[in-house]
Design a protein. Structure first.
Length: 166
């Protein structure tokens, strides 16, 4: 019998970082858990980044994933916002690496195309398809749905190519 590979998908954000966990056995996926890690907007940037790291490590330790996948971020028009998101993404990549996990990275268009079938799907379409693919997930917030979509994308592509993926 093939052993399940547990995958944590992460949707980076400084305010809200979505996470979603699936088990993959061959072509079968099963829902494990999802949620959102938040940082306190009243705290300074360094403290917020520390909060994200600590909370993600708690999730990783609780669920014991074997692999991680993180969505790549796009550049905003506001350079300061882009820089802060980049810092958050760095911390979000760090947490699974600290836990010894291999981390795959996926462009947003690849995630959307693998879930919905088109690379420019909106968040509602992604959330609906995630609920269809993982019916036991229940009602999922947009950030957690995106994270589950990243985990599903990784489950599909991990067998095809070597890390890192984008």
């Amino acid at each position: 019998m093939t052993k399940a590979i547990r995958i944590i998908g992460l949707d980076p954000g400084l305010r809200n970082t979505g996470w979603g966990i699936v088990d993959s056995i061959g072509n079968r996926l099963s829902y494990v858990a999802h949620g959102v890690v938040q940082s306190n907007a009243q705290d300074d940037l360094a403290q917020r980044l520390c909060q994200l790291n600590q909370e993600l490590l708690k999730v990783i330790n609780l669920y014991g994933p074997h692999e991680a996948a993180v969505e790549e971020t796009f550049v905003n028009k506001n350079p300061a916002s882009t820089l802060k998101l980049g810092m958050a993404r760095g911390v979000i990549l760090l947490a699974p690496a600290q836990a010894g996990l291999t981390v795959g990275e996926y462009a947003a268009n690849r995630v959307k195309k693998s879930i919905v079938g088109v690379g420019h799907a909106d968040k509602n379409q992604v959330a609906l398809m995630v609920q269809r693919l993982l019916p036991n997930s229940g009602i999922v917030t947009a950030d957690a749905a995106d994270a589950l979509a990243v985990a599903i994308c990784h489950a599909h592509y991990r067998r095809i190519q070597d890390f890192p993926l984008s």
